[in-house]
Design a protein around this ligand. Structure first.
Ligand code: C5P
Length: 404
């Protein structure tokens, strides 16, 4: 579960335990990870690249340059792509190179380009493993933040008995998923998110609505759940779906229904993000029967809907974080600051309704976060999923342990 959607670079070096790396590849793929395999030249003597290519469903990378198709394998791109790298088996030779920054093949060079966590599963004969130089190299790898999955004891390929057998693929998998599990800063917290438009009934077949797609709110719900939060997603009418089991979805139609759902859950929440485009007005009277067409012009009397963000702002306890959105067509910053104060928000996310690629019904957004401390952060235009991560990160800064 915790490796679902993760990009994992598996580095295989030239040891007999390379055969176990084939099983590791299969387990990683089964856990939902995307796996790319990079092999040292010596590793190819033990297991054919075709085995890894078949299991990972990706071409195996062995050389910087593929003379057959003229393709250049960029270690830099691999370093950016991977959420984590696992070197399994890691021979004494590769460990020594990694510890000293030697970059003489695609595996060791990719290691130096890695932005994500690096795991190392050594495998070698017992004397090599116990040698002070190897121990020193392993310590050096640990000291720069790599995670060593120590070798196990047992019968070794040499026929000797001792410590040096590569950890079993299941053990390696567990170490990796434990790492990603602990990378859940919102674990144990509950986040309420509103999303989508509201529909305000005119008569049984007509309503007042708006063009909100719900994409921003759904991306926020996914981002909060990814960070480990239990999410209550109160969604207006939208075609969007959610997959993460941490998201509990409550479907509503009108502003009043959205308010009822939010008031019911807000007390149990650590944070609430009001991303819904709630109608400001609704018909004062809902016709019970379909309104008939007539020749005279017609008017619909409107009344204000309840303001959900303001209501929650009044209920807010110290330590709860409340975030609102401001979708403006003019005087953005001034209007956003006014909303922030009026609704008792901790910060407001400002986006411009007239800017191409921002606001309603598109996949990207361009936001400025304005905090009640006065601080303003301007972000570049990004995919809504990445914008959601930025917003969740700002919430995390406010959810300090003493403010829970
Ligand atoms: O006042 P305005 O509608 O521009 O404020 C926008 C913010 O307030 C958004 O976060 C929106 O979800 C929230 N809102 C609300 N209830 C309303 C109107 C807006 O929660 N009735």
């Amino acid at each position: 579960m915790s490796l679902k959607g993760k990009n994992i670079l598996l580095g295989v070096t030239g040891g007999i335990a390379a055969y176990k790396a084939a099983n590791l590849t299969r387990l990683l793929v089964k856990e939902g990870a995307s796996v790319k395999v990079v092999m040292t030249p010596a590793a190819k003597q033990f297991v054919a690249p075709l085995t890894f290519a078949t299991l990972s469903q990706n071409p195996v990378l062995t050389e910087f340059f593929n003379p057959e198709n003229g393709e250049w394998h960029s270690h830099v791109k691999l370093g950016v792509w991977a959420d984590a790298m696992i070197v399994a088996p890691a021979t004494a030779n590769t460990i020594a190179k990694m510890a000293n920054g030697i970059a003489d093949n695609l595996l060791t060079t990719s290691y130096l380009s890695m932005r994500g966590k690096v795991f190392v599963a050594p495998a070698m004969d017992l004397d090599m493993y116990a040698h002070p130089t190897t121990r020193q190299n392993i310590e050096a790898l640990k000291s720069v933040g790599n995670i060593i999955i120590e070798a196990e004891s047992g019968e070794l390929a040499s026929g000797l008995n001792g410590k040096g057998r590569m950890a079993e693929p299941e053990t390696i998998l567990k170490a990796m998923s434990d790492y990603f599990e602990s990378d859940k800063p919102l674990q144990g917290r509950t986040v309420l998110v509103t999303a989508g438009p509201t529909y305000e009934k005119i008569d049984p077949v007509r309503f007042i609505g708006n063009y909100s797609s719900g994409k921003m709110g759904f991306a926020l719900a996914e981002a909060a759940a990814e960070a480990g939060a239990n999410v209550i997603l109160v969604a207006g009418p939208t075609k969007l779906t959610t997959l993460n089991p941490l998201i509990k979805r409550v479907d509503v139609e009108s502003a009043q229904q959205m308010l009822d759902a939010c008031s019911q859950h807000f007390n149990d929440c650590n944070a609430a993000v009001m991303a819904a485009a709630v109608a400001d007005y609704r018909p004062a009277v809902q016709a019970e029967q379909k309104i008939k067409k007539g020749s005279a012009p017609m008017t619909i009397a409107l009344e204000s809907t309840p303001d959900i963000a303001s209501t929650l702002g009044k209920m807010k306890r110290p330590g709860q974080v409340l975030v609102g959105f401001a979708l403006e067509t003019e005087n953005g910053v001034a209007n956003a600051i006014e909303k922030l104060k009026k609704k008792n928000l901790d910060f407001v996310v400002l986006n411009n309704a007239t800017e191409a690629g921002a606001g309603f019904n598109c996949d990207t957004n361009h936001i400025t976060i304005i905090k009640n401390s006065g601080e303003q952060i301007d972000y570049p235009m990004k995919d809504k999923k990445l914008v959601a991560n930025d917003i969740i990160n700002q919430i995390l800064l406010l959810l300090t342990p003493e403010k829970q």
